[in-house]
Design a binder for this molecule. Structure first.
Ligand SMILES: Nc1ncnc2c1ncn2[C@@H]1O[C@H](COP(=O)(O)OP(=O)(O)O)[C@@H](O)[C@H]1O
Ligand SMILES: [Mg+2]
Length: 340
């Protein structure tokens, strides 16, 4: 506490001294270290990510367009179809891409301070892989060594993380022998190696079987109790099971931001079911956005989205999250005729 007060005092003093002195003090390594500790300490106070009017280009292609978003402690879901810009945004947050316009602050630290940002963030890329012939334990140990982690701390963290992601009994298995779910859990362990304040996880459930998916989601929720976790996905079920705060991306833009409950509320009164003869299905598909269908013998029960009560016999029904997501895309002018 006393140290923190002292550091606060330093920070206040900093605002008063003239620029020349400020530069001089900043370049003295002791004060620089003190400022770093202060910045890290202040993460407890500013535990959020602030993204403001960000543009990102790949050559001439604009992949992020005026993205503005605030992300708070806990699980945050970034939902969007393929090509929406999720990976690009995550790579910008992980300092693997630079942005052309706008600003990003993670726990109060500007994104251009890449080293500091990397010290407080963990990243699990969409295409995470390790050397196939290394064992689970060796790979974690190796990554710890690469990041110059002190020996005893490294050993302690590896042991603790193996337990946390449920891989202790598989510690001597080679990477090439792991299931998809185990690989993702190892991916989370490597991302948590230096106990980051922020965990960025890109499409982690793609290709997992249902059991592994549930297990993995539960792990993420546990991890999010003490940090910011950003999860990107195109699978609505991932969001439904884990996040309350979400953003929907499309074509490089944030289409919508709010809570899962808000998203569902928006779709109330817009979702209907119709029982029709199978032969009318093609016509129904032409007229409405179809979010579900159950065909039995000659008849089909079709779930549709419509702004107004359809003239044909339709029953108003409670929206699920998939309906609400489709309605959000539709009501924001996205072309969803080919599905999402
Ligand atoms: N390295 C790159 N060079 C050029 N275009 C890219 C590159 N990476 C992604 N893109 C394009 O940027 C857009 C957003 O891609 P991405 O961020 O991967 O979306 P998502 O992760 O939501 O599927 C897409 O149109 C994609 O083709
Ligand atoms: Mg992606």
């Amino acid at each position: 506490m006393a140290v923190k007060l002292q550091l606060n005092l330093y920070a206040k003093k900093f605002q008063k001294v003239d620029k020349k002195l400020k530069n001089m003090i900043y370049h003295s390594s002791i004060v620089r270290k003190a400022m770093l500790i202060f910045l890290k300490g202040s993460c407890i106070m500013v535990n959020k990510i602030e993204i403001s009017h960000v543009d990102k280009f790949y050559g001439r292609k604009k992949a992020l367009k005026d993205v503005t978003l605030t992300i708070n402690q806990g699980m945050f879901g970034l939902l969007g179809r393929n090509g929406a810009g999720k990976t690009t945004l995550m790579k910008c947050l992980a300092t693997l891409h630079t942005i052309q316009n706008g600003s990003i602050k993670i726990c109060g630290i500007p994104i251009k301070n890449a080293k500091e940002i990397r010290s407080i963030t963990g990243y699990l890329p969409q295409d995470f892989s390790m050397y196939p012939t290394m064992t689970v334990q060796e790979s974690l140990d190796y990554l710890g060594l690469l990041s110059e982690m002190e020996n005893s701390l490294r050993k302690k963290r590896v042991e603790m993380l193996l337990k946390r992601v449920n891989l202790t009994e598989h510690r001597n298995k080679k990477i090439k022998a792991l299931s998809g779910g185990m690989k993702r859990r190892l991916g989370i362990a490597q991302a948590l190696l230096h106990d980051p304040k922020v965990l960025i996880v890109d499409e982690p459930t793609a290709g997992l079987d249902p059991e592994e998916r549930i297990r993995f989601r539960n792990l993420l929720c546990e991890v999010a109790e003490e940090r910011i976790v950003i999860l990107s996905t195109h699978i609505v079920g991932d969001i439904e099971a884990t996040c309350e705060d979400i953003a929907i991306m499309n074509n490089g833009k944030i289409l919508w931001q709010g809570t899962v409950s808000n998203l569902l509320e928006n779709a109330y009164g817009k979702v209907f079911t119709i029982n029709v003869d199978k032969k009318y299905l093609a016509e129904i598909k032409k007229q409405f956005i179809v979010t579900g269908m159950l065909v039995q013998n000659e008849y089909a029960t079709v779930r549709i989205i419509s702004e107004n009560q359809p003239e044909i016999g339709a029953n108003l029904t409670e929206p699920n999250l998939e309906d609400a997501y489709m309605y959000c895309l539709y009501s924001n002018g996205c072309d969803i005729s080919g599905g999402v």
